[in-house]
Design a protein around this ligand. Sequence first.
Ligand code: GTP
Ligand code: MG
Length: 472
Amino acid sequence: MKDIKTAEVLSFAVVGHPNEGKSSVVSTLTERDDIRISPTPGETEHCVEYTVEIDHQPLLRFIDTPGFQVPRKTLKWLARRPIHEDAKIISEAFASDFAGRTAFVHDIRILRAVADTHGLLYVLDATKPVGPDDLAEMEILRRLGRTRMAVLNSKGDDSEFEEEWRAVLNRHFNAVRRFNAREAAFDERIRLLSALRLTDQRWEKDLDCVITALEIDRRRRIRRAADIIVDLVRDCMTKTMDAPLKSGDDRKEVQKSLMPRYTEWLRQREVQSQHELRIEFRHRHFEMELKEDDLVAHDLFSKETWRVLGLTRRQLTTISTLAGAAAGAAVDLALGEVTFGVFMAGGAVLGGVSGLAGSRPLSQVRVRLAGMNHQMGHRYIKLGPPNGVQLAFILIDRALLYLDTVSRWAHAKRERVEVDNVVSSLPMTRLWARNNQVVVSRFAGRLIRGKRVEKELDTLRGVLTEVMTGNG
Ligand SMILES: Nc1nc2c(ncn2[C@@H]2O[C@H](COP(=O)(O)OP(=O)(O)OP(=O)(O)O)[C@@H](O)[C@H]2O)c(=O)[nH]1
Ligand SMILES: [Mg+2]
């Protein structure tokens, strides 16, 4: 086993029966999506230490352990030891008595992990009745004398056996807490730490600092997410692309062939921002699979996307007047305009979110995508920038939907979970206060017109941060 360093920060062994979700609990609590989780019991064979850290500063350590192998035999051995023996002495004596016995190797590792840490989390799935092995495990942990919390990480409905479990757990643990490792988002993790803080007064100060540090880090992540979204909008709203126009070329044809490259660039730029958001929330390895009908999984330029996201026609008209920007109207085109009327926008109800202002699907929002120029004797076609601010609203909505998924996705959740009508917890731009919509419109409008945006950029960043923290 790796040497466990416990000196500087609080450490907790995460123990239990095989396959009850120990690694899942560690994965979610430490935001590590590289921890192996598997439906096959016995996946974890060694104790591995995982550290929660911010800016390379360790805050807490959790030790993932294998499941108990022979708890009843281990308890039988333990029952012969003096009652108040220290966990370290017990663990050393046990390791020496059963050295080389493969049937005991996991239990040796578990006892050592418990002896080396400050406290422990006992993970259990209460969808089945309490069995003799469970009772033996709980008794072993009680006799090791560390402060301990039982974590109910049930894989399904556990109401049938909950009472039975609670009665036993209350006798063996300092606290009992429900924690669904595959669903727990940030707030749930904080609640678990707060509960842990109450189980042992000696941990109070340390865990207070940990919770504060995590909350500050959360706010910082949200600010960085706002930066990522603002950068995305800026890059897309200023994007142009050229293609040479040789003599004899049909201008419309060249333009048509350039169009897919242009839209693909925007798509890829959006994918890049999603990657950045994912990394910001520490999803480094696992690529979450979005549901097919998830709005973010829809193509950026699908009719559906433009129908459901962004502002309604009425809002666009109002906003364009207020912002002095071109929203859905033609802008001055220094380069000579060729338009592609391809995008629809409108007011359908967003999947599962009711109460959005429904309105007629509306006229096309033109996107200025082409022009012509003379440069060094060459003629060329120029696509971009987009000529309507709606694209900015759509990019923001999709980024918020993505962020909402990614920031709430527990690190132990490793497969797509089908849920109907997921309601975004973040309001889409259509529901924003009008002055906040104007901020987007002004930012996008100025970008389209090639104006400076330092001030607008800061304002938009502030609006996004407010929206993402629930204050918008
Ligand atoms: N439905 C559901 N499944 C869960 C939950 N937690 C874990 N699982 C699943 O249970 C299985 C075991 O999870 P692990 O986290 O690997 O369990 P473990 O206790 O570390 O298992 P060993 O290392 O083999 O002892 C995996 O298939 C998980 O996806 C949960 O809260 N709900
Ligand atoms: Mg495991």
